[in-house]
Design a protein around this ligand. Structure first.
Ligand SMILES: Cc1cc2nc3c(=O)[nH]c(=O)nc-3n(C[C@H](O)[C@H](O)[C@H](O)COP(=O)(O)OP(=O)(O)OC[C@H]3O[C@@H](n4cnc5c(N)ncnc54)[C@H](O)[C@@H]3O)c2cc1C
Length: 465
């Protein structure tokens, strides 16, 4: 992903005369939700305020403990941290350590009708898997390890933010321009703040209780399962690669199988996937060959994933970030949270905390980054699903991928690069779309399609003579 907005340096003093002006020394920020978006916002805001020579108070509020096992302590995701985010974290002095990393990922394997195309990452790229909570109940050894969300939260606390282990039950708008906004915790305590940041994701009941005109993103209901296996079997079977299986049946578009040392995370993506759909799809496809013979779920969950933007995720003294605001279509949600939190923190500390400031800066920057690009993303996934659902097109695509992987002279590997970026999410969708319109690649694909059709005709032709 690209395109961080330029930071305006310094503002005239008059900007601070407005009650909705930029945050200043002594301002209080209450962040609802301590997942990636909440923690990233705190980190960005503390960083910007520090550079401005201001001291601000930040409270991160979340009733979930990311040390607890099972869905109750987890922010439910496949837990793949791509190269872009790994490098950004290192840049802000939060390098991922062995304490949080479950497994290094060496590439993606694309399955189609019994064949596998292996796409390896660049040698200097880094991709890791993590747990987003204390791990499945079958995991006994997470004591010396830590979840990604806890890891981030610990950094935020170390840098000076306060953490309140509560749920927020209500948010109130400011009564007038110079009055604070407020929220109520589940123990009845009221907290007043110059800015309330909604980082509550798309799985929170709070989404339906926002006191201003806010339309949450549309979502899909996914299903995930953790399957326990021996770390030796996971290592030998997966060889450090994430496996993508097109399904196109029972409401499941595809299943991703992600290795995590002694667990495999199965992620079934589709509009409304139930655990039964996931089990049936896995057992009826090649997925089962990558699991223990008598496999069972050790933990499962039904997280929602945003597939569209929110509308009006801001008001006076309030801004909604992360999944509940904007994110990249079906990929890199955590990296998206990094950007939306950065845009919101830049707006609040450089421009102001009024509706008008968030509309003019935060919302526009998010739409610039995700708006049109997600339209291309949706189109790319739609086309790819249509291809994988058609046996001839699927075989032709796989044929091309295998050819590119096997032919050492073929330096460009155009289709491999497209599929890599689609699943690893390292390029804007617009750029992936442009790559796929390459005339030379289209011609080659026609050649592979012709070969596939010819092979099929030969196979079904009646024996002569
Ligand atoms: C099946 C699936 C697989 C995914 N895989 C990946 C992946 O591999 N890589 C990737 O980068 N992204 C992935 N994502 C996306 C990623 O999970 C999200 O983009 C990311 O978690 C968004 O962060 P967030 O902070 O906005 O929300 P969340 O992570 O949902 O965090 C919200 C936090 O708010 C808290 N909260 C909610 N309500 C309240 C309340 N009332 N009071 C206090 N706290 C509250 C919650 O407890 C939670 O901790 C996946 C998503 C799904 C559904």
């Amino acid at each position: 992903m690209s395109g961080i907005r330029g930071k305006p340096e310094g503002l005239p003093d008059t900007a601070f005369a407005s009650p909705m002006g930029p945050l200043r020394t002594g301002s209080r920020i209450a962040i609802v939700g301590a997942g990636p978006a909440g923690s990233f916002f705190a980190l960005h805001a503390l960083d910007i305020a520090g550079k401005q020579g201001r001291s601000i108070d930040i409270s991160l509020i979340d009733g979930k403990s990311f040390r607890d096992s099972g869905p109750g302590g987890c922010n439910m995701c496949a837990g793949i941290i791509g190269d872009g985010l790994v490098k950004k974290l290192r840049k802000i002095d939060i390098p991922l350590t062995s304490q949080v990393i479950r497994q290094e990922i060496t590439g993606y394997v694309i399955h189609a009708r019994g064949s596998e195309a292996r796409l390896r990452r660049d040698p200097d790229a880094e991709i890791y898997t993590v747990f987003r909570g204390g791990g499945p109940p079958s995991l006994t050894a997470l004591k010396e390890n830590i979840s990604f969300d806890q890891f981030l939260l610990d950094f935020v606390k170390e840098r000076g933010a306060e953490y309140l282990p509560h749920n927020v039950t209500k948010i109130n708008e400011p009564k007038k321009d110079d009055a604070p906004a407020s929220l109520i915790l589940d123990n009845g305590v009221v907290i007043e703040a110059d800015l309330i940041v909604g980082a509550f994701g798309v799985n929170s009941p709070l989404m339906g209780k926002i006191p201003f005109r806010y339309f949450p993103p549309s979502t899909w209901h996914t299903c995930q399962a953790e399957v326990r296996w021996s770390s030796k079997s996971v290592k030998e079977t997966f060889k450090g690669m994430v496996h993508i299986f097109p399904i196109n049946a029972g409401g499941v578009e595809f299943i991703a199988a992600t290795p995590k040392k002694e667990h495999v995370t199965l992620t079934a993506i589709g509009t409304h996937v139930k655990w039964r759909d996931l089990v049936e799809a896995a057992n009826a496809s090649d997925v089962k060959d990558f699991l223990p013979t008598d496999w069972k779920m050790n933990c499962h969950c039904h997280p929602q994933v945003p597939v569209g933007p929110a509308r009006f995720p801001y008001s006076d003294r309030m801004v909604i970030i992360g999944d509940a605001g904007y994110s990249r279509y079906l990929k890199n949600g955590i990296e998206s949270a990094y950007y939306t939190s950065l845009f919101a923190a830049q707006t609040a500390l450089h421009h102001g905390v009024g509706r008008v400031h968030f509309e003019k800066h935060y919302d526009r920057w998010c739409r610039d980054m995700f708006g049109m690009d997600n339209v291309f993303g949706r189109l790319m996934f739609f086309i790819h699903n249509k291809i994988t659902a058609n046996r001839y097109l699927a075989d032709a695509e796989q044929d091309r991928l295998l050819y590119e992987q096997e032919d050492s002279r073929n330096g460009t590997k155009k289709l491999s690069s497209i599929i890599w970026h689609l699943f690893a999410g390292e390029l804007p969708y617009r750029k992936i779309m442009l790559k796929s319109l390459d005339a030379d690649l289209q011609l080659k694909m026609l050649g592979h399609l012709a070969r596939t059709l010819a092979k099929d005709k030969k196979n079904i032709a009646p024996a002569r003579g």
